[in-house]
Design a protein. Structure first.
Length: 201
């Protein structure tokens, strides 16, 4: 087995800027870069001590997004990860941390958690999870088409729960429109963000 070298955050960023585009389409790569930049700037606005780490999480978050179902399933079985109840659209969030660890020896608990929870949300989100969750939404194709985007970014810089709420809201609306099921973590994320926004107003 190949020996993996430990790299600094800056070295990992340089590494993944070359590596990630090999695994995704150009449109997806553009989304990834937007998310990385937004994650970094949200981290700065909310005084997270290591904004470059948020950038790095953004850079890696969708690396397995366009992989075939078998690739995800192979990783789940290799690492004995139980994904019962996780819809296929969220497989990439669960497989990406395993893919990063297996192929590049890249392993960081905070980044792994943020990536794993960026699609469905989670029941006990830490601040770093929330940064990526909100950045993924503000950097989405859906948001790029909206005239309100600038304002939404500003509002999320002021209060992270704004972006979190909007992502959960949009996910739920979209799934309901298609009469699809909604994961309980997404409902929880919606309610929690809604409550937090209310309390702060
Ligand atoms: Fe994603
Ligand atoms: Fe994404």
């Amino acid at each position: 087995m190949e020996e993996f070298k430990i790299k600094s955050i800056e070295e990992w960023i340089q590494f993944f800027k070359v590596e990630v585009p090999k695994h995704v389409t150009e449109t997806r790569w553009e989304h990834i870069l937007r998310v990385a930049n937004l994650a970094e700037s949200l981290a700065v606005s909310h005084s997270y001590p290591n904004p470059k780490k948020a950038y790095l999480a953004g850079l890696c978050h969708d690396i397995t997004k366009q992989k075939k179902k078998e690739i995800h399933e192979e990783l789940f079985s290799e690492y004995s990860l139980d994904v019962t109840g996780v819809p296929f659209q969220a497989y990439h969030a669960y497989s990406a941390p395993l893919f990063l660890k297996k192929n590049f020896g890249f392993y960081d608990l905070e980044i792994q958690s943020a990536i794993q929870n960026h699609t469905l949300g989670n029941l006990k989100p830490v601040f770093f999870d929330q940064i990526l969750y909100a950045a993924d939404f503000l950097g989405s194709d859906y948001c790029q088409r909206l005239s309100e985007l600038k304002e939404w970014i500003q509002k999320t810089k002021e209060n992270l729960y704004f972006g979190i709420f909007m992502k959960a809201f949009q996910t739920i609306s979209f799934l309901m429109e298609k009469k699809e099921s909604i994961h309980p973590h997404t409902f929880y994320t919606y309610n929690n963000a809604q409550q937090s926004l209310k309390e702060m107003n």
